[in-house]
Design a protein around this ligand. Sequence first.
Ligand code: LIP
Length: 276
Amino acid sequence: MADPLPPLYLATAIEAVTRAGEVQLAHLGTDLRVDKKGAIDLVTEIDLQIEREFRGMIAERFPGHVVLGEEFESTGDRDAAPEYCWVFDPVDGTTNYAHGLPIFCSSLALEIRGEIAVGAIYDPTRRELFTAERGLGAWLNGKPLHVSAAGTLLDSLLVTGFHYGIQRDPEEVVGLFRDFITRSRAVRRLGSAALDMAYVAAGRFDGYWESKIQPWDVAAGALIVAEAGGQVTTIAGGPFRSRAGSVLASNGSIHEQMLDVIRGAAPAGRSGKGTQ
Ligand code: LIP
């Protein structure tokens, strides 16, 4: 049995994501400064403000800890192996947020020697706080979370996301979308990977997949899904790591069926070429 973590770690994660939610709501729909990191990859002044404030809190509270954040990532950050690393997305669903679409959250995980130990995701529009500690379960506003019982793809509601390079190479993403949409009940695309995974943990989705995904999008959600009884691997079915670059998260019952579609092994399916 692993030693219990200091309670301050989970408390810090909850404090950070709920504070992020307050800032997000206070500025939602206002005339925000929005810059482009790429043709369709946006960053708002709120992303920057929230991450800056968070980095200051960690530097003061845990001076020996490292932060891997979406907006102030330094070269080599994601390849380093710090003992304590906070993996932070200040606004997950930035495109939605910049357009005033209320589907966004803040996502924070603490990795200890490379293992995700604490996760927290907060959606301020619904006041929903998803949390997990390794080995201690997953929770939504203090109530236990459990994945769905769907046993077949045809009875499953799935979700995915599209990486920012999709315009250069749409075929892999669109091909998999087509393969899943023709084998499941339906597929959604919400624009927030962290909420996609939180909803798998809550049983609202039965499975989620995405390639070319960032550590901060999925680190917290991966622990929350696993602690809610789900299964998390890379899109190729390998062991999940937040830096792996892809994710497949499900209720466990349909995981192999989803891998069959991705591998092109499902009947009359198209192969998922180029999966990571
Ligand atoms: C987003 C993810 C989403 C993905 C987008 C983007 P961001 O994160 O949550 O699932 O499809 O391409 O990566 O940029 O809003 O933090």
